[in-house]
Design a protein around this ligand. Structure first.
Ligand code: SIN
Length: 501
């Protein structure tokens, strides 16, 4: 294989990117996986807690749950692909290829299938509540030994090489050099947008790079207004950490500062209502009473979730007295618009995982479907991607990268993005706030543009990507006047009633 000109260039190294690499390598393609992370923790996959949902031979019931959680806004054809292929993909890759040791059930049952909000069946495979790292680490190790796959870490993509609607690879920055890498097909698997918000469950590098690069190259995006907030994130010492929905699946309840359970009055499924409903209720209870805690006293938390017990303790939180929680940004349901094989609107460009909008999630994602979507779409895109010829007419040159912006300049730009997004493009939005957000983000985008000059280092391009994607979210939110799922538009000053149901 030619490392500088692979058949398939994958950008990103979470489950979606690694599955795409595996899918392409199985077709005999040469694959380069370029990732700006230098450690597994740089990918959101590593952080995933609850698990990965499977169909357990009942794809129809699984499909109904996904569609209901999305308020029937997901694309049934995409959901059908996911639910029909879930069991086989998990068995093939995770169990038989990577030997992931999912928790066993009692009485000799091979698996302990967990339950999370809005699932009508126990169907979530997990390893304690740290499933992501138990998938991600063996996956990286497996591909590191694969003869057709090269993993280039510490290598950030700063732009796509696109000509006349055809994507021909990407510009990659590594060790102070910015060089073109041409490829038959390019697969974006760059993850989410957590850096746009003050509090997120994503790792720090989630700046929306792939979405911004694709949009700049002219690819279609869709559903960008549907930013999912997780209802139970603990921010005990300023450092947010997720408290998995599996904890509510086990029987934990939410209480306000007066000790009152508020979810039964909000939804028939109480704490196990769809995630968007619980997140808004937690935010309101927090505003009303000053605190919300997750009460785990109905079961043995330490024995059931030893990893989460340790995580709480490492942040100075004693779960037995209630875990303080708030909603925080968790997942972008929209992204680069792709079909059921991950093909975007540009020839030679694919997108998988959180940066892609497959149509599976619609306006609100069902819990524990993101690893599954990354796996299934990654394999499908990887199998389809080797069909493209290598691009002709290569004219880009390598350059040395210039100086980065001063740390204060970078920090203050991110502070401004986060302040705008938190105030105007969060869990509850108003038309006026969205208009203000767009104005402020356009001003900021013009200010940061010089930091993304052709020879700028990755941090400058990342900042520009964060601005571009924030604006895409705010614009999409402003264009959608209907409150549905994660996108909830209220009148200014309103206590929580949507403008339109
Ligand atoms: C969780 O463990 O609560 C997160 C699962 C998910 O986001 O799908």
């Amino acid at each position: 294989m030619s490392p500088s000109s692979p058949d398939v260039l994958v950008l990103g190294s979470g489950i979606a990117g690694l599955s795409a690499a595996l899918g392409a390598a199985r077709e005999g393609a040469s694959v380069t996986v370029a990732t700006k992370s230098t450690r597994p923790e740089g990918a959101s996959t590593w952080w995933a807690q609850g698990g990965i949902a499977v169909a357990r031979q009942n794809p129809e019931q699984f499909q109904r749950d996904i569609e209901t959680a999305s308020s029937d806004t997901s694309d049934p054809a995409a959901v059908e692909v996911l639910t029909q292929q879930a069991d086989a993909a998990v068995r093939d890759v995770l169990i038989e290829t990577l030997n992931v040791n999912f928790d066993a059930g009692g009485d000799g049952a091979p698996y302990d299938y967990g339950r999370e909000a809005a699932h009508s069946a126990d169907r979530i495979l997990h390893v304690d509540a740290s499933t992501g790292k138990h998938i991600h680490e063996p996956f990286l190790a497996y591909l590191a030994e694969h003869p057709r796959v090269r993993i280039a870490d510490g290598t950030a993509a700063v732009g796509l090489l696109a000509k006349e609607g055809r994507v021909r690879g990407a510009r990659l920055a590594s060790n102070g050099t910015l060089a073109p890498v041409y490829a038959g097909a390019t697969v974006l698997a760059t993850g989410g947008i957590g850096a746009l918000y003050g509090h997120s469950t994503n790792p720090a590098g989630a700046t929306g790079d792939g979405i911004a690069m694709a949009a700049r190259a002219g690819a279609d995006t869709a559903d960008m207004e549907f930013v999912q907030f997780h209802p139970t994130v603990c921010i005990a010492d300023g450092d947010p950490f997720l408290v998995s929905e599996a904890v509510r699946g086990e029987g934990a309840v939410l209480r306000d500062a007066q000790g009152e359970r508020f979810m039964p009055a909000v939804h028939a499924d109480a704490e196990l209502a769809p995630r968007d409903v619980v997140a808004r209720a937690v935010e309101r209870a927090h505003e009303r009473t000053g605190q919300v805690v997750l009460d785990v006293s109905s079961f043995d938390f330490e024995a059931t979730f030893p990893d989460l017990q340790a995580l709480c303790e490492s942040h100075g939180v004693d779960p037995s007295t209630g875990i303080p929680v708030v909603p925080a940004e968790h997942f972008l349901c929209g992204g680069i618009d792709v079909d059921t094989r991950g093909r975007s609107s540009l020839e030679g460009l694919y997108a998988v995982g959180e940066c892609a909008r497959t149509g599976v999630h619609g306006a609100n994602r069902l819990a524990s479907t993101s690893l599954l979507e990354g796996l299934v779409w990654g394999l499908r895109a990887g199998a389809a991607a080797p069909g493209h010829e290598q691009p002709a007419g290569r004219s880009e040159e390598a350059v040395q990268t210039g100086d980065p912006p001063a740390p204060d300049t970078l920090q203050s730009a991110y502070d401004r993005i986060q302040a705008i997004m938190d105030e105007h493009v969060g869990l509850r939005r108003t038309p006026e706030g969205l208009a203000r957000a767009q104005d402020a983000l356009r001003t900021l985008a013009a200010e940061v543009e010089p930091h993304a000059a052709p020879d700028a280092p990755p941090v400058g391009h990342e900042l520009q990507s964060a601005c571009t994607v924030a604006l895409l979210v705010a614009e999409a939110a402003a264009q959608n006047e209907v409150s549905v799922g994660c996108h909830y538009v209220t009148d200014p000053g309103d206590a929580g009633q949507p403008v339109a149901a």
